[in-house]
Design a protein around this ligand. Structure first.
Ligand code: PLP
Length: 435
């Protein structure tokens, strides 16, 4: 592949290429990446940026990692892909074993898919079909909590925050679901039962219609970067059990250590009936996701009307992605990731906390390797994004949130450049209407 001259590249990009959550033509600042190494993105114009968002939670061990590259190369020499209907292979089976071993004990069966959104679709279909298998077809709705994010496809959108996800744009194409109030008590706050009252009331009133409760454990990610109290999760689990409703936990962003536990549900010492993982699963190398279930759920399918689970993606269990994922998980287990995340957490806390005194800043919060500075007002991306790039760092704020979830391999000095950049940008933001 020959390279286009930079000006031509950018013009063609603007004219033809749709980027996430943008209009066409896209008038927001755009930066071309040539290559990436470790925690650095190398731009076409020669600048180097420290990636503070791990390419959206994915590249926990940085870019161009020799062990991931080697796993991909070895697998490419055998087969990059093969269909999964009637065929199986070493990478998928070994990855399934690994995921069963890493996740809480009741999760025993693994359904592979290509992206986080699809893994959530699979979780929702599993839950609905499970109740059909058990002769309760009326249980086909979902209970979720506000401020959540589960993906961009129709079913997943239906359980995203209705305001943030602009549900009204899609009219009656979105399935109506039940929305409990978002948890208000923060991770380190003092628990009060009132926090889960709305969740409980919805369960009591509608459990006959509800297949499963679905939400993100402990950390609400793209819906607001909020960290809530582990007791919420413990209570929710108990309430679901009491009312005969399955529990789906979406660990796509939190999985593989990001929150300080391997999976965020461990903060509450509970396990779900169905769990979704994705994002960091291949260490950011390529797209892969998985939905895990218990045998209690999976064993109902043979007896159901269909006799099978009605789902099967073309690229299911892609060998290349599974091989890289295995290498990534082996890498994660080869060092003290928990100590590493704890060290990042302490540094984020020390270095972001001073932002709290700034006029533009409403809240500063840190959990695991996630640092958030919440502002009073939404940032103007057209202004803020280039400000970060000028400082040699890559951050991707949204709305009122400036946040970082760096690769675990980040060095103290590099992380300091991220926190200093955040504090500096936050200090340069002037309030339009101080409150
Ligand atoms: C990113 C994300 C998804 C969607 O994953 P995609 O791979 O973008 O489809 C779902 N749930 C959560 C919690 C996420 O963070």
């Amino acid at each position: 592949m020959n390279s286009l001259p930079l000006s031509e590249l950018m013009a063609a990009d603007r004219q033809h290429v749709w980027h996430p959550y943008t209009a066409m033509p896209n008038d927001l600042p755009m930066f071309a990446v040539k290559s990436a190494q470790g925690v650095y993105l190398e731009l076409e114009d020669g600048r180097r940026l420290i990636d503070g968002v791990s390419s959206w939670w994915t590249c926990i061990h940085g870019y161009n990692h020799p062990r991931l590259n080697q796993a991909a190369q070895e697998q490419m020499g055998k087969m990059a892909h093969v269909m999964f209907g009637g065929l199986t292979h070493q990478p998928a089976v070994q990855l399934a074993q690994k995921l069963v071993e890493m996740t809480p004990a009741p999760l025993q069966n693994v359904f592979f898919s290509d992206s986080g959104s699809v893994s959530v679709e699979v979780a929702m279909k599993l839950a609905v079909q499970y109740w059909h298998n058990r002769s309760k077809p009326g249980k086909h709705k979902f209970l979720t909590i506000r401020k959540g994010y589960h993906g961009d496809t129709f079913a997943t959108m239906s359980v995203c925050d209705p305001v943030g996800g602009m549900h009204h744009l899609f009219g009656d194409r979105l399935a109506p679901q039940f929305f409990a109030d978002a948890p208000q008590i923060p991770f380190h706050g003092t628990w009060d039962d009132s926090d889960i009252a709305s969740f409980e009331q919805l369960l009591i009133a509608h459990h006959d219609e509800i297949a499963a409760a679905i939400f993100e454990p402990i950390v609400q990610n793209a819906g607001g970067m909020r960290f809530y109290h582990p007791e919420y999760l413990r209570r929710a689990k108990q309430l679901c059990e009491d009312h005969g409703v399955l529990l789906i936990l979406d660990e796509i962003a939190t999985g593989f250590g990001r929150s300080g536990e391997l999976f965020a549900c461990s903060h509450a010492g509970i396990s779900p009936d169905i769990m979704c993982v994705g994002k960091a699963l291949t260490g950011g190398f390529m797209s892969l996701a998985a939905t895990l279930t218990t045998t209690h759920i999976s064993e109902t399918f043979a007896q159901g009307e269909a006799g099978v689970f009605m789902h099967g993606p073309t690229f299911m269990g892609n060998p290349l992605a599974c091989a890289v994922s295995l290498a990534n998980l082996a890498l994660l287990e080869s060092y003290d990731w928990q100590g590493t995340v704890r060290k990042i957490e302490m540094q984020l806390r020390n270095e972001l906390e001073p932002c709290r005194s700034l006029a533009a800043v409403k809240d500063v919060r840190v959990l695991g390797a996630i640092g958030v500075v919440e502002l009073h007002e939404a940032v103007d991306m057209a202004i803020v994004q280039p400000m970060f790039v000028e400082q040699g760092i890559w951050l991707r704020p949204f709305g009122k949130l400036i946040y970082t979830m760096p690769p675990y391999i980040i060095q103290t000095k590099e992380l300091r450049r991220l926190t200093q950049g955040i504090c500096q940008v936050a200090s340069q933001i002037t309030l339009k209407s101080p409150d």
